[in-house]
Design a protein around this ligand. Structure first.
Ligand code: GDP
Length: 327
């Protein structure tokens, strides 16, 4: 069994690679829920959605979020009604938000709702929210404290960032199965996700950091930073706000307590040498994932370092999308 800690974008690309080279049934993904928001009264969990969509063959790979081929008629109609439209939800995407919101309103937990949705969409891997308690990533800026989606999507991450905190984390509990997935995994993989707003919220849930410290499997992280810049998005600004350099050294520092192997890009070979001299195991690879082949190659490389016995090429599956399509 492999356990992956993940956000939504770099994380989904990495998971897309893993599912090509090993059985999805052997993958558990612990997903950040610090970005979750109430949108038009619905409970939206952007990272859970991206991971669910990639594993059901529904993800729009062009956009990196939402359902491929989706339409945006409801968004248009809400705009005509004077409702906010800065957070883009497609019509098929909305169906998932509606179902999740109904399940939560009926008293199901977020993990139970996630399991129902995954079951209906034919997801074979196990997707676990980091917690069933509400943990909210809050970004402190000169314009005030913002939710992650306000900072990232509404305001295009243009605000300077003073600090980031995870409201509710100290009172949260890991969702059922999370600690066990970490401790029983043959290897724990930290996706090339934003270390501050995707992985730190997971680590902030009491018990998870400790479980990583005592995990029996090796722990490997793929750097989302290549050559002193994130492949995409605001990770550099956010890392600086948390006192971490925007480099593979900053990624190594974020995970230093429990990391066994860091996988960084071949372009960072010199910085990798410096980290090796400090005692960390570092492997250089082609980490920028543009095609399905890139994703599979990176997944293969990472698995061969920590759990080569699980490698097994998988056929492409795209059944859930066909099931959701109109007849
Ligand atoms: P979020 O929830 O949308 O923020 O998604 P993640 O945290 O999972 O992913 C965001 C991070 O993915 C950014 O910091 C990017 O630098 C990183 N990223 C995106 N694409 C790639 C890629 O192809 N390779 C690597 N190494 N990192 C990537």
């Amino acid at each position: 069994m492999i356990c992956v800690l993940s956000g939504g974008t770099g994380g989904a690309k990495f998971v897309d690679g893993l599912r090509q080279v090993m059985p999805a049934e052997d993958i558990t993904i612990i997903v950040n829920t610090g970005d979750d928001l109430l949108w038009w009264g619905l409970y939206v969990s952007p990272d859970l959605d991206s991971i669910t969509y990639v594993l059901s063959g529904m993800l729009s790979r062009e956009r990196g979020w939402g359902v491929k081929g989706d339409t945006f008629l409801c968004l248009q109609a809400m705009g005509q009604l004077g409702e906010p439209t800065w957070f883009h939800t497609g019509d098929r995407d909305l169906a998932v938000h509606l179902l999740r919101s109904r399940l939560l309103a009926e008293g199901k937990t977020l993990s139970e709702a996630t399991a129902v949705i995954c079951g209906k969409l034919g997801v074979k891997a196990r997707i676990l929210p980091m917690s069933n308690s509400r943990v909210e990533t809050r970004v402190d800026t000169p314009a005030g404290e913002l939710s992650f989606e306000e900072y990232f999507v509404q305001r295009w991450y243009q605000d300077p960032v003073n600090s980031v905190r995870f409201a509710g984390a100290s009172d949260a509990e890991p969702a059922p199965g999370v600690l066990d997935a970490i401790s029983s995994a043959d290897a724990v993989l930290i996706a090339p996700s934003n270390p501050v707003t995707s992985i730190e919220p997971i680590l902030a849930v009491p018990g998870i950091h400790q479980a990583l410290l005592s995990a029996r499997g090796k722990i490997a992280a793929v750097s989302p930073i290549v050559g002193n810049a994130p492949v995409a998005g605001p990770a550099g600004i956010l890392m600086a706000a948390q006192g971490l350099p925007c480099s593979i050294a900053g990624v190594a520092k974020a995970y230093e307590d429990f990391l066994d192997v860091l996988i960084c890009d071949t372009r960072d070979a010199r910085a990798a040498d410096a980290l090796r001299r400090g005692g960390l195991r570092v492997q250089c690879a082609q980490t920028v994932m543009r095609s399905a082949e890139d994703k599979a190659a990176l997944a293969r490389e990472v698995l061969s370092l920590v759990a080569g016995n699980l490698l097994k090429e998988q056929p492409e599956s795209n059944t859930a999308f066909r099931r959701l399509s109109p007849p």
